[in-house]
Design a protein around this ligand. Structure first.
Ligand code: NAG
Ligand code: NAG
Ligand code: NAG
Ligand code: NAG
Length: 464
């Protein structure tokens, strides 16, 4: 009774989830029920799979879960559509009355049997479905951040000394080692000669500012953070998170607390905090690119500075996004408000953690898109000197969709186009074959770790 109440109570607010996100929500809910601990009938499960197969997707507002008794309100909306109530979307019908949409696909509305109401709505799938998207996009942007940072380093004529394997073997955090390897594979002039690097080989600079020198340390911990969060979210996605759980083998139904969202909530707060650092350090590199004192290039990367603002405003955009997302990194899971007349007296606020994490990841993509534009623009001023082969390819990739900044025009379409390249992982795909080539050539280097560090092996392989 309580359940049918919750299900029919339109207690969520806000914009509806996109249909792709609702589809993920439904997929994860099906995955939980398929584990067999929820006491649902096969018939109900199959009806849900049929709806999933036909992409019949309920109208689910995105706000309104405290992430403790599962994501009750959003999942109730998901169930409501499947029961033929409220609104529903399908590719054929668009948004329409749920019953009509189901019937249009030859599907019958769910008729819930005992316990099934609970089984449909008690679990952490909203947090987890949004969280999984945030993790996937974070994985993609983090790899590409290394490539974009390498471009900036070349454009600023930085040194690669700080990426030497022995430095990282002496502090062997896996992500740090990984990022340093990636940077070497993009910048090692022994394997991929760079005319730019050659042009300043004899300069007196010993070390660069932190935003260049410490890329492996800063991007490295982001890598490891994403790895940690990915593990938590994967476990969560493949768990029975409703309550009570039915154990057929013991003929027992036991009440527990698997619906509590603290695990994914904490992990997603941590994801936002981790990934945000990529934007934070990227914005500082953009500053170095547009500031002639640091770059020794034309101010704001444009000729005739009196007439053109160049990248001045794009830098402001990046700074604004970074600032917004700094606020969004305030952890939501440190909050808890008692609900359900003090029975559900500690909650995770994981729904907000997931939405925030996703927003931060999107913003990080946008800031890196601006750095990609600025770094490629900076390279224009170093022509005819060329950078390394892999980075030249990235420059070509960008130039295949965006022309150089000769004089002021509307920049938002450039940022959007660069953002699309990042979202489609094109920057990564462009350099991947070169990284593999490098890995083959430097087999020993790639497998270097602190345990194999011996004086005789030290800098023989590379003269970075
Ligand atoms: C759903 O689609 C999958 C993949 O096409 C298919 O194997 C499965 O039988 C379908 N399930 C139902 C219940 O229609
Ligand atoms: C879902 O989880 C919470 C925890 O048990 C529990 O209080 C409740 O019985 C379950 N169902 C609903 C509707 O809250
Ligand atoms: C996001 C990402 O690039 N993850 C990598 C972090 O580092 C580990 C260990 O080197 C890699 O296996 C991951 O692919
Ligand atoms: C609010 C906010 O939402 N911050 C920025 C961080 O990332 C999201 C995604 O763009 C952007 O929409 C915001 O602009």
């Amino acid at each position: 009774k309580l359940l049918s109440h919750a299900q029919r109570d339109h207690s969520c607010v806000g914009d509806p989830l996109s249909v792709t996100r609702t589809r993920m929500l439904l997929a994860l809910r099906i995955n939980v029920l398929a584990k067999g601990y929820s006491g649902t009938s096969l018939e109900t499960l199959e009806a849900m799979i049929k709806a999933f197969n036909a992409s019949c997707l309920s109208w689910v507002p995105e706000k309104g879960t405290v992430g403790a008794s599962g994501d009750l309100a959003p999942l109730a909306h998901l169930a409501l559509g499947l029961m033929g109530e409220g609104r529903m979307w399908s590719p054929q019908s668009g948004w329409a009355d749920a019953k009509t949409v189901l019937e249009g696909h030859g599907l019958k509305p769910l008729q819930l049997k005992p316990k099934e109401g609970l089984a449909l709505i008690n679990g952490t799938q909203l947090i987890t479905s949004l969280g999984a998207e945030a993790v996937e996009r974070a994985l993609s942007v983090a790899k590409q951040a290394d490539v974009i940072a390498a471009l900036t380093l070349e454009a600023l004529r930085g040194t690669t000394k700080a990426f030497h394997q022995v430095i990282h073997a002496a502090r062997p955090h896996p992500g740090q080692i990984q990022v340093a390897q990636r940077l070497r594979s993009l910048l090692d002039s022994e394997v991929f000669p760079s005319q730019i690097s050659e042009s300043h080989r004899s300069c007196s600079r010993v070390q660069d500012a932190y935003t260049l020198r410490c890329i492996p340390q800063v991007h490295g911990v982001v890598n490891d953070t994403i790895g940690f969060v990915q593990k938590v979210i994967s476990t969560e996605m493949n768990s029975a998170t409703d309550n009570p759980l039915v154990f057929v083998e013991f003929r027992e139904t036991i009440s527990g607390g698997n619906f509590h969202g603290e695990y994914p909530a904490k992990a997603l707060d941590y994801l936002a905090i981790g990934v945000q650092e990529l934007a934070s350090i990227s914005e500082r590199r953009i500053e170095r690119l547009v500031n002639p004192t640091h770059s020794e290039l034309p101010a704001f990367l444009v000729k005739e500075g009196g007439l053109n603002c160049g990248f001045m405003v794009a830098h402001c955009t990046a700074a604004a996004l970074v600032s917004e997302n700094k606020t969004l990194c305030h952890p939501s899971s440190v909050d808890s408000l008692s609900t359900s007349a003090a029975t559900e007296d500690h909650v995770s606020m994981g729904g907000w953690a997931a939405r925030k994490a996703l927003t931060v990841v999107e913003h990080v993509e946008q800031v890196l898109a601006i750095e990609l534009l600025a770094a490629c623009q900076a390279l224009e001023f170093l022509h005819p000197l060329k950078t390394t082969a892999p980075l030249e390819k990235v420059h070509e990739l960008l130039r295949s969709v965006i022309s150089p900044w000769d004089r002021d025009r509307v920049m938002s379409s450039d940022i959007k186009a660069a953002h699309t390249l990042i979202k489609q992982q094109k920057v990564w795909k462009t350099v991947q074959p070169f990284m593999e080539e490098y890995r083959r050539k430097m087999k020993c280097d790639w497998e270097y770790s602190s345990s194999t560090l011996r004086p005789s092996q030290t800098p023989t392989l590379l003269s970075l």
